[in-house]
Ligand binder design. Structure first.
Ligand SMILES: NC(=O)C[C@H](N)C(=O)O
Length: 470
């Protein structure tokens, strides 16, 4: 009773009663914390995996990693504590005293070592500390590859990039929402969707026996895995202002390229009261620079493990991104004998444009209407063009696509691809506002931030055609 009253009458009392810091869940220390603030001389316990083992005369040095940071903790193990089970790859619980080497390196001098899980290397463990394993090799062992330096470093950067994205949008007054994964619209209308239907419900079975179309059996309409949350974002944007989402999206593209995934995470933002591409461009440029700068300070050692060239930031970090109209871009490419077809600018041409801009990211704006989606706003001075943008960067080419949205009810009605989207049209009827937004592929952003050539290495379990076995 006292507790309830105190909490309602004096909300601050809540913090006293529930002092989170005083709750200890662990009986061991995380290596990142040990190395960040080493209390030399303290009794310390760590748990992790042996990533390297050097057997000397009277002593064994084990480099132990627990995944919390790029650095490993050197553990000094007196020979009499070394057992046969203590090998490369085994998991261990070490107790000892924190100390410093003559060169100032923090190390743990063990007085107790317990092997938690053996690792019989000869039994088919695919990694060893003396070989630099190429990413293609590691990709054959998706279930084990987070034990490698390369992949674990990328996954830590991914974790930080996600955090920096959320910080950026919070500081720009955007509200994070979740858009549905199951949806009856295919947003881009490109037809590259995964259809969803129940596997074995009695209704479906009965329908199949009767030879009926089962696509709509569960929801009553055809249902897909989302290719974009944009249309839903637009709906909420017209009730709550600036919104964004960061979630999984799915495209059934038949591509195994180094830039495509069947399932990827897309950051999508919708800016309220936005009536010029400049506003969107500023938001996007600010986001990329924020993520890059913050990640370089939060994950310097990880970035270096991924690629030594990451030791210095890309030159574009201090430059204003370049803007070219689609027509200007096409002329530049044609002068380089790279003729643009009716299909638009291809990957080779995207990368050629970035090269033309000396590696500075480049916005290509004002696209031909026929190359872009129905929801994009026509340019006021040229109705063959739409207010759309693509941002091209080194390594990936296109990393962001966005546009101002058609806000004219009649024009949108004419372009609406299906009656099922009448709800989307109706957004323009009640208290409509101009909005614009963009979608950024998280994995492509990671390729740019980390200098990773193949997108399949930027997430733990990539999906691509014929590769969804686990
Ligand atoms: N939200 C966006 O503007 C992203 C766009 N619909 C796309 O899928 O590329």
């Amino acid at each position: 009773m006292w507790f309830k009253n105190a909490v309602t009458r004096f909300p601050q009392a809540w913090f006293k009663v529930c002092n989170v810091k005083s709750v200890c869940f662990r009986n061991y220390s995380v290596i990142s914390a040990v190395l960040e603030k080493p209390n030399i001389g303290d009794d310390t316990e760590v748990k992790g995996w042996v990533r390297n083992l050097r057997v000397m005369k009277g002593v064994v040095f084990a480099d132990v990693s627990d995944g919390s940071c790029a650095q490993r903790l050197q553990v000094v193990i007196p020979k009499d504590l070394k057992t046969d089970a203590l090998t490369y790859g085994s998991s261990v619980h070490v107790s000892g005293k924190l100390s410093k080497t003559p060169k100032g390196q923090v190390e743990l001098v063990a007085n107790k070592v317990r092997v938690l899980g053996e690792c019989v290397v000869l039994d088919g463990y695919p990694f060893n500390p003396r070989t630099v394993h190429p990413p293609e090799y590691m990709r054959q062992f998706l279930h084990l590859r987070s034990r490698t330096n390369y992949i674990s470093a990328i996954l830590r950067v991914r974790n930080s990039v996600t955090r920096h994205i959320h910080d950026y949008f919070a500081s720009h007054n955007y509200i994070h929402i979740n858009t549905p994964i199951l949806t009856s619209n295919d947003c881009e209308g490109a037809g590259e969707v995964f259809k969803v239907q129940p596997d074995s419900s009695a209704t479906v079975k009965a329908m199949m026996q009767e030879g009926k179309d089962t696509d709509s059996a569960y929801f009553g309409s055809k249902t897909f895995l989302s290719v974009s949350g944009q249309l839903h974002l637009e709906a909420v944007c017209r009730g709550m202002g600036n919104v964004y989402t960061l979630g999984p999206t799915f495209r059934a593209e038949n591509s195994r390229s180094r830039l495509h995934l069947s399932e990827f995470y897309m950051l999508e933002a919708e800016a309220a009261f936005c009536d010029s591409l400049d506003q969107l461009q500023d938001l996007i440029e600010g986001l990329l620079k924020h993520v890059l700068v913050q990640t370089r300070s939060s994950n310097e050692a990880d970035l270096f493990i991924i690629d030594k060239a990451n030791a210095s930031p890309p030159l574009w970090i201090d430059k204003k991104f370049i803007t070219l109209s689609y027509d200007e871009a096409r002329n530049i490419l044609e002068k380089k004998q790279l003729n643009v077809t009716e299909e638009g600018i291809n990957k080779e041409q995207e990368l050629a444009l970035v090269e033309y801009c000396n590696g500075t990211p480049v916005f290509v704006v004002r696209w031909p209407k026929n190359l872009k989606s129905f929801y994009m706003k026509e340019c006021a001075d040229d109705n063959s063009k739409v207010e759309a943008l693509d941002l091209l960067t080194p390594i990936t080419g296109e990393v962001v696509g966005g546009s101002l949205r058609e806000d004219d009810y009649e024009k949108l009605k004419q372009k609406l691809p299906s009656e099922a989207l009448n709800w989307y049209l109706e957004l323009r009827k009640f208290g409509n506002i101009p909005t614009g937004g963009f979608g950024l592929g998280l994995e492509r952003l990671l390729q740019v931030v980390c200098s990773v050539n193949n997108i399949k290495d930027t997430l733990p379990f990539p999906r691509w055609p014929h590769n969804c076995d686990m």
